[in-house]
Design a protein around this ligand. Structure first.
Ligand SMILES: NC(=O)c1ccc[n+]([C@@H]2O[C@H](COP(=O)([O-])OP(=O)(O)OC[C@H]3O[C@@H](n4cnc5c(N)ncnc54)[C@H](O)[C@@H]3O)[C@@H](O)[C@H]2O)c1
Length: 386
C-alpha cells in the first residue's frame, strides 16, 4: 500500500473539518475516499467531488473502499463503530473521547489489542502542540524536579445555549454520557495525565446544568491526589466568560506556568526540599532564575496527527496519540463526575462496572426533554482559537 484511503464516519462539525484538510492535500500519501453520515444532506455535495458516500457506517466499513476510518460520531458510537471497523480489518482513528465510559473503553481496547497489526489512534491533537511538548521536555529532563502540585483552571470553554440545542445528542446522559468533562476539556484531561501521570485519588464537585438548560455537568472543581503525595486542582466550565486558561505545575526545582499563550519557567537554584533541610535561618528561600520558554504555533494539529497516523500505517512510525492512551482521560472524566454524584472521594483505578451502572441509572431516570434547533452558519473552528 502506498496511499491510505480514508473514510470518515460522522460528518458534523469535526468530520467536515477533517474532510476539508484531507481534500486540500494537507496530509501526504492519504486520500479521502468515502464519507458517511446518518444525515444525507451533510454529504451529498461530496459525491460531486469524487468521494463515495454512504448512508450507513456498516456499509462504509464493509465497502472495501477504505483502508482506515476516522470515527467522528457522537461518543457512544465510538466504541461500537470502532470495534466494527477493527473487526473488518481497518485501521482506526477515533475522535475523543475514545468511549463515553471506562467499561466501553476497555471493550474497544480489547478489540484493538487483539489486532496489533492494525493501527489504532486517538485524536488528541494537543499532544502535537509545541507548548505542551516543551512542558513535557522540562518534566522529562528533570528540570522541574519532582512534581508536588498542579492546577489547571480551564474555564474558557464557553458555550452558548444555542450550542447545546444544536444537536440532539449533546449534553444528555443518553446521547453524550456527560458534559464538559467528557467533551470540551477531555483534551485537557488527556494532556494532564500524559504529562503528569494518573492521580490515585479524586474528589469531584460537579454542578449539573449550572449555566445552561442541560442535565449534565457544565461547571466543575476537582481535587486530585497523586501516588507521590502531589496534589492538584482541576477547574473547568462552559458557562464562564471571559474564562481563564492557566496551567501551573510546581516541582521541587521550580514552577511552570502556561497562560495567555506564554510559557514561563521559574527555576529554583537548588531543590526546595534540600534547601529547606539545610538552611540555617527561617526566612529564606532558594534564589530563582526566570525563563520565558519560546514555542511555535501549531498551525494544523489535527492534520499533524493524521499525517502521523498515515506514517504509522505505511512506515511503522510510532503514534503520537495511541488509542490505548485514550482510556486515561475517560477514566478521569468518569471518576470526577462519579465522585461528585456519590459525594465521596474515589480511589483510582475506577470501578468501570460500577460507573457504567450509575450512568445507566442516570439515563433511565432522566426526565430531560431536548428541543433541537440546528445552527446554520456557525464557525466551528473558533473552538480551536483559545
Ligand atoms: N478533536 C477535536 O478537536 C474535536 C472537535 C469537535 C468534536 N470532536 C469530537 O467529535 C465527535 C463529533 O462531534 P461534532 O461536534 O462533530 O458533532 P456533530 O453533532 O456536529 O456531528 C456528529 C455527526 O455524526 C453523525 N452521525 C451520528 N451517528 C452516526 C452514524 N452511526 N453513522 C454516521 N454518522 C453518524 C450525525 O449525523 C452528525 O452529523 C465527538 O466525539 C466530539 O467530542 C473532536
Amino acid at each position: 500500500m502506498n496511499i491510505v484511503r480514508v473514510g470518515i464516519i460522522g460528518m458534523g462539525n469535526i468530520g467536515k473539518y477533517h474532510a476539508e484538510y484531507l481534500l486540500n492535500k494537507k496530509v501526504s500519501r492519504c486520500e479521502l475516499a468515502a464519507v458517511c453520515s446518518t444525515s444525507p444532506e451533510k454529504i451529498s455535495n461530496y459525491e460531486t467531488r469524487g468521494i463515495k458516500i454512504f448512508a450507513s457506517a456498516g456499509d462504509l466499513i464493509s465497502s472495501k473502499a477504505v483502508d482506515a476510518v476516522i470515527i467522528a460520531t457522537p461518543h457512544y458510537q465510538h466504541t461500537s463503530l470502532g470495534i466494527a471497523a477493527l473487526e473488518a480489518g481497518l485501521h482506526v482513528m477515533v475522535e475523543k473521547p475514545i468511549s463515553a465510559h471506562k467499561a466501553d473503553a476497555l471493550r474497544l481496547l480489547t478489540a484493538a489489542q487483539s489486532r496489533p497489526r492494525q493501527i489504532f489512534g486517538a485524536m488528541f491533537q494537543l499532544r502535537a502542540e509545541p507548548r505542551y511538548l516543551k512542558i513535557q521536555k522540562l518534566i522529562q529532563n528533570g528540570d522541574l524536579g519532582e512534581i508536588v502540585r498542579l492546577s489547571w483552571i480551564i474555564t474558557d470553554w464557553y458555550r452558548t445555549e444555542a450550542y447545546y440545542t444544536s444537536g440532539g445528542w449533546r449534553a444528555t446522559w443518553k446521547g453524550e454520557g456527560g458534559g464538559v468533562l467528557l467533551n470540551q476539556c477531555l483534551h485537557n484531561l488527556d494532556t494532564l495525565q500524559w504529562l503528569c501521570g494518573m492521580p490515585s485519588k479524586v474528589r469531584g464537585f460537579c454542578q449539573l446544568g449550572r449555566y445552561h438548560n442541560i442535565e449534565v455537568e457544565d461547571n466543575v472543581t476537582a481535587y486530585l491526589e497523586y501516588p507521590n503525595g502531589a496534589t492538584g486542582v482541576f477547574i473547568t466550565s462552559t458557562g464562564e466568560a471571559p474564562g481563564t486558561n492557566r496551567f501551573e505545575i510546581a516541582g521541587t526545582r521550580g514552577r511552570i506556568v502556561l497562560e495567555s499563550n506564554r510559557l514561563s519557567f521559574t527555576r529554583n537554584e537548588s531543590d526546595m526540599i534540600e534547601f529547606s533541610r539545610s538552611a540555617k535561618v527561617g526566612f529564606t528561600k532558594p534564589d530563582v532564575w526566570n525563563a520565558e520558554i519560546p514555542f511555535t504555533d501549531a498551525p494544523a494539529p489535527h492534520a499533524t496527527l493524521m499525517q502521523n497516523f498515515v506514517e504509522a500505517i505505511l512506515d511503522g512510525t510510532p503514534l503520537i496519540a495511541p488509542g490505548e492512551h485514550g482510556i486515561g482521560s475517560v477514566e478521569l472524566a468518569n471518576a470526577i463526575l462519579y465522585s461528585s454524584l456519590i459525594a465521596q472521594d474515589l480511589r483510582l483505578p475506577l470501578d468501570a462496572e460500577a460507573y457504567e451502572q450509575k450512568l445507566h441509572e442516570l439515563i433511565a431516570t432522566s426526565r430531560f426533554e431536548k428541543k433541537v434547533v440546528e445552527i446554520k452558519n456557525d464557525d466551528f473552528t473558533q473552538s480551536f482559537r483559545r
